[in-house]
Design a protein around this ligand. Sequence first.
Ligand code: SF4
Length: 359
Amino acid sequence: MEKKTVLTKIGIPRAMSYYNNFLFYYGFFKSLGVEVVLSDKTTTATINEGTKYVVSDTCFPIKVYAGHVINLLNKGCDVIFVPSIQSTGYKVNNCSKIRGLPEIIRNIINRPFIMIEPTLDKTENIGLYDFCKNTACQLGITDTKEIKKAMDAGWEMYNSFMEMTKSGISYNEALNNALNGKFVKKSVDIVKPLSVVIMAHGYNLFDERISLNLIKKLEKMGVKVYTSLNISREQQQEALKKLGEIQYWANELELTGCAAHYLLNKKVDGIIALSAFGCGPDSLMVDEISHHCKEKGMPLIHLTIDEHTGEAGFITRIEAFVDMLMRKKRNTLIQNAKPKAKADIINIKKEKILTGSAK
Ligand code: SF4
C-alpha cells in the first residue's frame, strides 16, 4: 500500500480566526510535529494587496485575510490553513463570509497551493474533534491517539493564554508568554479616572493596523480599556441572558455578551463599538446594545473602519468621546458630592482628571 505523504509545514494567515484561536492551533500543530509559519503583521501593503483580489463591497477583514494568504505564498509557504467555521453551537452561526472562507480564497487567488480546509459546524454535529481530525488527515496524519493528544496540547496553550488575559495581561503579552511557556497573572487591577469597554471582533481589535491601535490610543489618554478577553465565556453568556437577548451569531458573546457584562455591572463609563464598514452581523449587534445603552444612560460610540479610514478623523472621534465621558463623570461627581467637596471638584482642572491626579 502506498504510504501517504505527511505535510510538515503549515501557513496560518495572521487574520480572522487567528486572533481568537491561534494558541489552540499552535499547540495542536506543534504536538503533531507540524511547523507553523505565520504571515507577517498587517501593514498598508497587506491591505492593498488583499484589496486587489476581493470585490470592493466585501468587508474589510476578508480583504485583509486575502492579503495575508498572498503574504504566505510570497514567503514560499504553499500549504495554508483556511478553516470554514460555520457554527460554534447549535444554530449559533457565523456570517456567510466566515463560513465560506475556503471558497472565497479558492475563487479569488489563482495560484497553486494546498489549502487545509476543515469545517466546524456544531449545528450539523461536526464538532471540534471532527475539525481537528479532518485537519490532521489533510496533512496526512491519521493516528487517533496522536490527534487527541494534539488537541489537549492545543487546549493547554489556549487556556493558559485566556487565564492570563482574564487577569488583565494585554493580548500581546499573554500571547508571547504562552508561546514561551510562561504563565503570569496580574494581581492588581490598575484604576484609572475613566474606563471603557470595546466591543469588537478579535480580528478587528487586536490587529493593530486594522484598529489603528485603538487600545494604545485610549491608554495614552489615561483611559482604562476592557475587552472580551478580560471576562469569561460564562460571564458573557450570563450577561446576554440577563439582558434578554439570545445568541444567534457566533461572535455574539465576544461583542454583545461582553458589552452587556460591563453595561450591567456599571463597571465602565462608556462603550466603544468597533466594526468593519458594511458588516451585517455587527450592525445588528451594535443596534441591540445601543438600545440597551439608551435605556440605561450609558454613552456609546460606534466606530466603523475600512481600508479608507484615516487616522486623523479616527483620533478626533475618540478624543471627543473621551472628553464627553470626562465631563459627564465630573458632573456626576459634582451632583453627588457634599457642598465642600463640590467646590473642590469644580476647581479640579480637566487635565488633572485625565491624568488621574485628581483621585
Ligand atoms: S462578521 Fe462582519 S466583518 Fe466579520 S467576516 Fe462577517 S461580514 Fe466580515
